[in-house]
Design a protein around this ligand. Structure first.
Ligand code: NAD
Ligand code: UGA
Length: 435
């Protein structure tokens, strides 16, 4: 079976490389000629652990290639995935479907009869039917199938998540669509990985409901952390205690600076907009969005207050800019709001991130970028742990303190033991528990 993957970003490239690992022939297409040129040279345009080996293996086996020529590759494909971006539309927060619609038109004009078009991008309910309409209008009378195949991988563990998913969800509209999706995912050993075969609408909605629920869970524990601070509780103890209840589960209960990334923020906004559009407001998610927005400002204010009554002119050293570890993605990272708020208060920011400094430089032009964590601490009045990269977990806090001018450690991921911070002579400000 020949696969064409339209869109070679985080999802398209990982999915394409993983399908080629299963033995399928995959062509990854992108409009971004620079991206395709890098891939053709064997360079991986994003940081994603394990992806380089997978891509190299697929390419050398002749099962994976890259092109900007959508028409040729679609003409030869049995299945065409759409994995283009679905960002937030400015103003109303609805998903901007223009890239999906454009891809649908291009596919329609190039496909051969019998093609299965599978939508992997996260799309609001009704989009697959809309794509079906667009394709049928462009190529009247040509037979094709439509399927919805939302993706649940996380950045930073994308390859592992794709290869060992908790489940695969496929929305189908006919037998050919169902049979094709079953064949594509058969290599996963579907006795171990449940496959939910359902309608197009259910599959579309399940993707948003999953992300909305997870974003709400993170936001819930962040509010618990706030309460713990007021009453002398410890959010990590509460998270373990409630997480032992199998109905709650222990995942996604780490208090932090607010969720970010290329998906939770835009997907919660789109989900809330869908609720409003259909007159079924999703009030929990509306509140989740609002609480998460104000949390980022609250985090910046905590850092400012750790600097003392007159923060202007002081220096803060930030460890971690990416929205989570093991990725170079800075889209809607809490760090962006936090750093900009600090700078707005007259604070100088020095920062280091193992992989995300390249993409962040343009967004945060006033930051002094440092090559290593110890260099970042030089002359700082406060140190802020913002993204919990493993490389930051075992830092020598005494050495950090020795390089700093001040003595505040604001730990927005609860990475450091309080006694280590105290032993190093640092005033320690964790989240949701006593210092
Ligand atoms: P991305 O921005 O990294 O990549 C999208 C790519 O599509 C870009 O390289 C762009 O140039 C290309 N593109 C756009 N229009 C095109 C066209 N007509 N032809 C060829 N290429 C085209 O996006 P992403 O992070 O991979 O996300 C893609 C979709 O998957 C989104 O809907 C997102 O919500 C969803 N998703 C993302 C993740 C994630 O972890 N990033 C996880 C699950 C689902
Ligand atoms: C998320 C989902 O986990 C994936 O299943 C989904 O496929 C993806 O969105 C998507 O639709 O794009 P991702 O954004 O890569 O994946 O990262 P997560 O690990 O979910 O983290 C999201 C945000 O929540 C990060 O800012 C992270 O720091 C924060 N978070 C997560 C916490 O603050 N605490 C937690 O306990 C977990």
């Amino acid at each position: 079976m020949k696969i064409t993957m339209i869109g070679t970003g985080y999802v398209g490239l990982v999915s394409g490389a993983c399908f080629s690992e299963f033995g399928f022939d995959v062509t990854c297409v992108d409009v971004d000629a620079a991206k395709i040129a890098r891939l053709e040279k064997g360079e991986i345009p994003i940081y994603e652990p394990g992806l380089d080996d997978l891509v190299a293996r697929g390419v050398s086996a002749g099962r994976l290639d890259f092109t900007t020529n959508l028409e040729d590759s679609v003409q030869n494909a049995d299945v065409v995935f759409i994995a283009v971006g679905t960002p937030s539309r400015r103003g109303d927060g609805e998903a901007d479907l223009r890239y999906v619609h454009a891809a649908a038109r291009q596919i329609a004009n190039a496909m051969r009869p019998g093609t299965v078009i599978a939508i992997k991008s996260t799309v609001v309910v009704g989009t697959c039917r809309e794509v079906q309409r667009i394709v049928a209008e462009e190529r009247p009378g040509v037979d094709f199938s439509i399927a919805s195949n939302p993706e649940f991988l996380r950045e930073g563990s994308a390859v592992e998540d794709f290869m060992r998913p908790d489940r695969v969800i496929c929305g189908v509209a006919d037998e050919r669509g169902e049979e094709t999706m079953r064949r594509l995912y058969r290599p996963l050993n579907l006795r171990e990985t449940p496959m939910v075969i359902t309608t197009l609408e259910n599959a579309e909605l399940a993707k948003y409901a999953a992300n909305a629920f997870l974003a709400m869970k993170v936001t819930f524990i962040n509010e618990v952390a706030n309460l713990c601070e007021a009453v002398g509780g410890d959010v990590q103890v509460i998270a373990s205690a409630i997480g032992l209840d199998k109905r709650i589960g222990n995942k996604f209960l780490h208090a932090g600076p607010g969720f970010g990334g290329s998906c939770f923020p835009k997907d919660t906004r789109a989900y809330a907009a869908t609720g409003r559009k259909y007159g079924r407001p999703q009030q929990l998610i509306e509140a989740t969005i609002e609480v998460n927005e104000s949390r980022k400002i609250d985090m910046a204010e905590r850092i400012l207050s750790a600097l003392g009554p007159d923060p202007a002119g002081k220096t803060v050293a930030v460890l971690g800019i990416a929205f989570k570890p093991n990725t170079d993605d800075v889209r809607e990272a809490p760090s962006l709001v936090i750093v900009q708020t600090l700078e707005g208060a007259g604070v100088t920011v020095r920062a280091h991130d193992p992989e995300a400094m390249g993409p962040a430089k343009e967004l945060l032009p006033n930051v002094t970028w440092c090559d290593a964590p110890y260099e970042t601490a030089e002359g700082a009045d406060a140190l802020v742990m913002l993204t919990e990269w493993n490389a930051f977990r075992a830092l020598d806090l005494k050495r950090m303190r020795g390089l700093m001018r001040g003595d505040a450690l604001v730990d927005l991921r609860n990475v450091y033991p309080a006694e280590d911070a105290r032993d190093a002579g640092l005033r320690y400000f964790p989240l949701g528990k006593a210092a």
